[in-house]
Write a new protein. Structure first.
Lengths: 165, 502
């Protein structure tokens, strides 16, 4: 299977040849890749060099945390990439963003209203958890739609609080 | 006579206290809330009693229940740890009324230092310099504060009278923004302490937060154990502490130490306490506040002095004289503490909750970890996000930093996000290495290491790892999609699938 993986605009062409070999940008390398006890910690021995990292899947792509650095990347196989290029996309931007509670907590305030235009980084909800007031900010500009909570509400982790269109 | 100690706390500090008691041959009594039944402090203590539901006001803040449990369990002393009831005068008083030794200062000293206005007035009477502000004036209305603010000058800070830990604190740059910030500070103070009173204080710019550990016995002996530089903070929460402070010299240490001792004597202080100072660029120092309890960051002082502060607290509570005189205190080497919080540094330091599924703690020479969690622990939203303190010692500051980097890299915590990558970035930052930082550094000038700028930048390796994980996931989901087509039972299919994977 061939993949195109991009980090910060740089593309890496990686082909998984078999369980122990990959081709990266045309070079063959020997890999020994295991997850440690089924956890999101992965150990890679690449041509004799040992690496370990945490890997998380997020909305923005894969996060690889290694030696104190975080790498965010998208991984696509060739077919996905062709489809995306053909579709022209741009759809991602117009999708709704659903603000979800990152942890259980108490809604302290909702400083925005439905229909209000917000800028990137604007505070949408103040959530109290672990005795701290946490400001949840908009990851992009847009319009607030469907506010689902009010001050005083107790919310569960991953509960949708409001959406930005 | 302190033979059985009830620990009115949880988490790493409860364990720290149990350890001291164990070594002294003192029995320990743990208390726990509903969500802490499996916590380590409950498992380590000799006795354990249920307190109540998870929220701290129903459990760890219940003075009545704690006193009751002390009586039931036969505890003759209570150690409050830090946070919760540690600096509540009425708790120390309730212990005294029940004939139980409170391992800490007298209620009067807690009261004097707990109300910051009284604290400032008391120490400034003793000749200790304080930061200009309105604390000493008592509780003022919004209108009064707005009128006084220009006289103190901007920028200034709004602080909660009953406060601590940065709650109810706001920075004001101009008179225009002050009413909104006042309201927010009062609201937060009310929620955190049940007291919405606030005061103003001049903001010392380029300030370092340096505190002195002091010990005082019942015979009037007061000594200090040197300083801790706690300038690395975020939203007034300390993140990293080190001793000695990079800006300290022997002359300044002696002068500040003497003032710290004087401040403690001003309230007839007893037991362990900490005098916090702000130090400006020209090394002028101002009294900030006194913490009348054991500090989170006490271990770095233990590392460079060799003194077990908790044991010394118990010794003092038993009415014995201090084991050390000022001239016995020698500071050897350097120590750093990183507070490991369940917070995601890549996502605005948002708290992270969940179950810790795997954990490997760094060990080896010069490394100490104080923690209350283990693989299987649940990080709940009820208590603060501190899950461990990673402390190192080195012969020099440089060696301590290298050791801290090594230890941070060894640490593995799976299941919740932690701020370990933040500490790793900080330990690499040139400003930290040079010791050039102030209390605003983390918030205003620090950025997580841009991976492209450093030698450890390994995007190709990261790409390979990410791709392999994505590939594994694709393979798995392909199996799930085909599930319907299977003609055999799932168990049989699973067996086959597992054989295929070998």
């Amino acid at each position: 299977m061939k993949y195109i993986t991009s980090i910060n605009g740089r593309e890496y062409r990686i082909e998984i040849v078999d369980e122990h070999h990959i081709l990266i940008d045309g070079r063959t390398q020997h890999v020994d890749f295991v997850s440690i006890s089924g956890q999101p910690i992965y150990s890679l021995i690449l041509d004799g060099r040992s690496y370990e990292s945490f890997v998380y899947e997020t909305e923005e792509g894969w996060q690889v945390l290694m030696r104190g650095r975080q790498y965010v990347m998208t991984v696509e196989d060739e077919r996905e990439k062709r489809l995306r290029m053909a579709g022209g996309r741009g759809a991602a931007e117009s999708n709704e963003f659903h603000l979800k509670a990152p942890m259980p907590g108490l809604v302290v305030s909702v400083p925005v209203q439905e229909g209000q235009a917000v800028t990137k980084g604007q505070v949408l909800v103040i959530l109290e958890s672990m005795k701290m007031q946490n400001e949840l900010k908009s990851p992009r500009a847009g319009t607030v739609v469907r506010v689902r909570v009010k001050p005083g509400d107790t919310v569960e982790q991953r509960q949708t609080l409001l959406s930005v269109q | 006579m302190v033979t059985k100690v009830l620990i009115a706390n949880r988490g790493e500090i409860a364990i720290r206290i149990i350890r001291a008691c164990r070594e002294l041959g003192i029995e320990t009594v743990a208390v726990y809330s509903e969500v802490d039944r499996q916590a380590l402090h409950v498992r380590y203590a000799d006795k354990a009693y249920f307190l109540g539901p998870a929220p701290s006001r129903d459990s760890y803040l219940r003075i009545d229940k704690l006193i009751d449990i002390a009586r039931k369990s036969g505890a003759d002393a209570i150690h409050p740890g830090y946070g919760f009831l540690a600096e509540r005068e009425e708790f120390a008083q309730a212990c005294a009324d029940a004939g139980i030794t409170f391992i800490g200062p007298k209620p009067s000293a807690i009261a004097a230092m707990g109300d910051k206005a009284v604290a400032r007035a008391t120490v400034s009477k003793a000749g200790v310099p304080v930061v200009p502000g309105t604390e000493d004036v008592g509780n003022l209305s919004d209108n009064e504060l707005l009128a006084i603010a220009p006289k103190i000058g901007f920028p200034l800070l709004i602080k909660a009278t009953a406060g601590g830990g940065g709650k109810g604190m706001r920075e004001v740059r101009s008179l225009e923004e002050m009413p909104t910030l006042l309201a927010a500070a009062r609201r937060e103070a009310e929620a955190a302490f049940g007291d919405g009173n606030v005061y103003l204080e001049k903001l010392v710019e380029g300030a370092r937060h340096i505190e002195f550990q002091i010990l005082a016995d019942a015979y009037g002996n007061v000594i200090h154990l040197g300083e801790r530089d706690c300038s690395l903070q975020r939203r007034h929460q300390k993140l990293v502490e080190e001793t000695p402070s990079p800006i300290m010299d022997e002359d300044l240490r002696q002068r500040m130490g003497a003032v710290a001792v004087k401040a403690a004597q001003a309230v007839e202080y007893l037991n362990a306490g900490t005098i916090e100072f702000l130090v400006d660029k020209d090394k002028n120092f101002y009294f900030l506040e006194m913490n009348t309890r054991l500090q989170v960051e006490h271990p770095i002082t233990e590392m460079v002095t060799g003194i077990d502060i908790v044991k010394e607290q118990i010794r003092i509570a038993r009415g014995r004289p201090l084991s050390y005189r000022q001239e016995d205190i020698k500071l050897t080497g350097a120590s750093i503490e990183c507070r490991i919080n369940a917070e995601d540094p890549y996502n605005g330091f948002l708290p992270s909750t969940g179950r810790i599924t795997q954990m490997i703690i760094p060990t080896g020479p010069g490394v100490r970890v104080d923690t209350g969690v283990f693989a299987g622990s649940e990080i709940t939203p009820y208590y603060d996000p501190l899950i461990a303190k990673l402390i190192v010692w080195g012969e020099t500051r440089a060696q301590a930093i290298l050791r801290m980097r090594r230890a941070l890299e060894e640490y593995r915590i799976v299941g919740v996000r932690t701020n370990i990558p933040f500490h790793q970035s900080l330990m690499d930052s040139t400003r930290f290495l040079a010791g050039q930082y102030d209390t605003r550094f983390v918030e205003e000038r620090f950025a997580m290491t841009d991976p492209e700028e450093d030698k450890e930048y390994l995007p190709e390796i990261a790409a390979i790892i990410g791709t392999l994980v994505a590939h594994q996931q694709t393979q798995r989901s392909a199996q799930i999609v085909r599930r319907g087509a299977r003609d055999t039972s799932n168990w049989k299919w699973l067996g086959r699938w597992e054989r295929l994977q070998r």
